[in-house]
Design a protein around this ligand. Sequence first.
Ligand code: PRX
Length: 632
Amino acid sequence: MTEDFDVRLVENAKYYTPGAEYKRDSWIGDYQKAYDRFLADPVAFWNNVAQDLEWIRPWDSVREWNYPYAKWFVNAKLNITANCLDRHVKNNRRNKVALIWRGEGGAERVYTYQRLLSEVMRFANALKKLGVTKGDVVCIYMPMIPEQIIAMLACARIGAVHSVVFAGFGATALNMRIRDAEAKIVITSDISIRRGKAIPLITIVQEAIDNAPSVEHVIIHSRRREPPVVIHPDFELDFYEIMNNAERECPPEVMDAEDPLFILYTSGSTGTPKGVVHTCAGYMVGAYYTTKAVFDIKDEDIYWCTADPGWITGHSYIIYGPLAAGATIFLTEITADFPDPGIWWKLIEEQKINIFYTAPTAIRMFMKLGTQWPQKYDLSSLRIIGSVGEPLNPEAFEWYYKEIGKERCPIVDTWWQTETGMQMITTIIGERMRPGFAGKAIPGVVADVVDKTGTPVPAGTMGFLVIKEPWPAMFRTVYKNDERYRNYWYTIKDCYMAGDLAVKGNDGYIMVLGRSDDIIIVSGHNIGTAEVESALVSHHAVAESAVIGKPEPIKGNSIKAFVILKLGVKPSEKLTQDLISHVRKTLGPIAVPHEIEYVDKLPKTRSGKIMRRVLKAKEMGIDPGDVSTLDE
Ligand code: PRX
């Protein structure tokens, strides 16, 4: 499917070079030198990085590579929370601020490393008291509040495997994730607060645990004082009540390097979501290393990543990476446009944020709303600004660079995935940046753009983005479905296939073009076409459906569904609204179709597979290409 790709940008190279002064004293130093050092001896390179961290027992070897399975820091013993918390407390930094949280309505909470450690230990003991032991799965379905982070770290403290589900998912999606992981405990809040409104979470959880026999307890963090949450005493417990009744000290559980740390579900192109499994040591080293190398966090910095801890970006770059690096993190549940679109810039001014990491969908929204909002605030504290989640198109790059970075801050457009665990491609600060291009492989990573035989494609030609060497934070399997793991490695010879299309410039810079499979990225959230289709088909009026992503200027993509109704059912506006609310209830607001078209037929291959590519081409008025497999 590789085809010639005419990227005018490849010829009209345009570069920006801010931040040359950062390079001199940055953690990673000169990009090329660091990359050469890595290539000369990858084992020594990672060995060296891992030395920064604290281990209960050192490794026998850095890596064991048995295609497509890797072990990293073989036989080492560790606990990631000892690195994220105790290490700083011991090293005279117990009073350093670990976390500043702002709620809607102005509430602020500040946690020093000592306070965070104390609360994590208490909550860890509370979990232990409930019978949670090493290897048990705990599902966390919470808003963006400190308790979400405390719950995650408490699991890691005792070796329980957390499976965080983004609180924008609906009951069916949550149920599926709880059941697949066989979670023993679900931790939630009564409500989440968004744009001034309380959104009930507990009712979604109560519905989701019906038919989820593994769940023994639900722990509820109560935010709303009135009306108080009614707790069902045998089964439901109050977050702070069990925490306050627990012992204070909780030594970190001794974990093997390859013990699982967490499961995180991500959309698959077919069937159910995939439980991506990450392990303790490699993930810790990868998240720590990239936090230092890409964000160059200094001791006095205040760092803000706007992601939800419930996504991989939050796991790696709100929690584990920055805390392992001893950073001060800013976290807020405040959305970008409420009470007005200046709120994030106001927060940057107030908190004097130095490093800001967000998503292209937010940048494009700000672009649309105009420069008057950021111009009202002093953004001079910013030093590095970042982007993640989907391609940062050149227009959005230019705007971000000018209006937010004031032509002074380097932009780190970071390409990576839930599966990679850590950032893989970016432009290291101080190097010249090229709008539209994420950049090059980070030292420690070998990336390329190849055709389906694995041969690198020439510059300017579209191909598949692949990784050619194992890396420490790579996922180890798909939970209970190792075949899906192997598929990533056996589709293209000797490569990890990321599922993205990309093009390389003559300068080696990589531009990521988007997904090559049936995943739609809407406002930075991965949605599987298959999940939306099966949600639609579970409605009594629907016989069949096909879902595509349609390019949309702000969200990146919008979801369009084609629906065949059951015999005798007539399309109507009411039915459309019904279907939309059915998907909202099943999968959550993030997966709701923006458009539904009723059709009599869907384009299929002779073997009966829906050809979404044909629907998409028709929708966009472009040539669908090879349709030789199309039935009729
Ligand atoms: O298509 C790529 C896109 O997001 C996918 C991974 O999504 P997820 O696992 O949810 O992780 C998102 C946060 C790491 C990739 O396959 N993507 C992510 N970052 C970029 C990107 N596409 C282009 N440029 C990026 N910087």
